[in-house]
Design a protein around this ligand. Structure first.
Ligand SMILES: O=P(O)(O)OC(CO)CO
Ligand SMILES: [Mg+2]
Ligand SMILES: [Mg+2]
Length: 247
């Protein structure tokens, strides 16, 4: 397991060096976007520089309640594109790894998304999130009602975006969508899905935007576009939005 992780991290360093960077990618604070560092006041701006995007505990509420899905998520971007993704699902003891162009793996075994093209035969993952604004809750339930009524086989949620994305990459669910999570929740997992043969887009069918706090990841375009028709979109404040001015 350690070998797999070391191998992926060595690749990230090699990619950074190839991009002409000579700074040590484990040490320069400009190269990090982390949930805890942003909470401590560090900027959350994705630049073209090599950048580690880290969530040390994805599934904090699960962790607190001993609900058994918790992950560590580490993404590595260059030119705002994820080059390496690692998701460790701690209690499942599954190490998911992906390199751009190099495939996605779970504990070293290759991953492939589901080949299901019929949304009616699909399981869709999503989350209720933590925003209790009535308008947002209405949108969440509107999307859910539409999707359940298609009908689909089922709707699930692991309580962690990173694990939900690993489930898409593993072919256990056909798609995952959410609005309100953050870039550190999805950077690594989005590459897992792409490298397992899936697609990642905005919930409105547009291009994926890591900082938008919106994601739709699916096994294929057919399933994704059926979901786009059902999702009631809303726009959370972006991860790179300037801090609100004080009165
Ligand atoms: O548990 P965390 O890291 O707050 O993340 C949540 C979403 O923000 C679950 O993905
Ligand atoms: Mg998280
Ligand atoms: Mg977290």
């Amino acid at each position: 397991m350690a070998d797999i992780l070391q191998n992926v991290m060595d690749h990230a360093v090699a990619v950074a060096r190839k991009a002409g960077e000579v700074r040590h990618p484990y040490k320069d604070p400009r190269w990090f976007i982390g949930e805890e560092s942003v909470a401590a006041g560090e900027p959350s701006i994705l630049t073209d520089d090599p950048t580690w995007i880290i969530d040390p505990i994805d599934g904090t509420t699960n962790f607190v309640h001993a609900f058994p899905f918790v992950a560590i998520s580490i993404g590595f971007t260059i030119n705002k594109r994820v080059e390496v993704g690692v998701v460790y699902s701690c209690l499942e003891d599954k190490m998911f790894t992906a390199r751009r162009g190099g495939g996605a793996f779970c504990n070293g075994e290759p991953l492939q998304v589901s080949d299901q093209t019929d949304v009616h035969r699909s399981i869709i993952a999503t989350e209720f999130g933590s925003n209790r604004d009535p308008e947002v809750v209405d949108k969440i339930f509107s999307s859910l009602r539409n999707i359940l009524s298609l009908p689909v086989h089922g709707v699930r949620g692991a309580g962690t975006a990173a694990v939900n994305l690993s489930l898409v990459a593993s072919g256990c669910v056909e798609a995952y969508y959410e609005m309100g999570m953050h870039v550190w929740d999805i950077a690594a997992g989005s590459l897992l899905v792409l490298e397992a043969g899936g697609i990642v887009m905005d919930v409105d069918g547009g291009d994926a935007d890591l900082m938008s706090r919106r994601i739709l990841a699916a096994n294929n375009r057919s399933v994704a576009l059926r979901l786009v028709e059902q999702i009631a979109p809303y726009r959370p404040d972006r991860d790179d939005a300037p801090p609100a001015a004080c009165d």
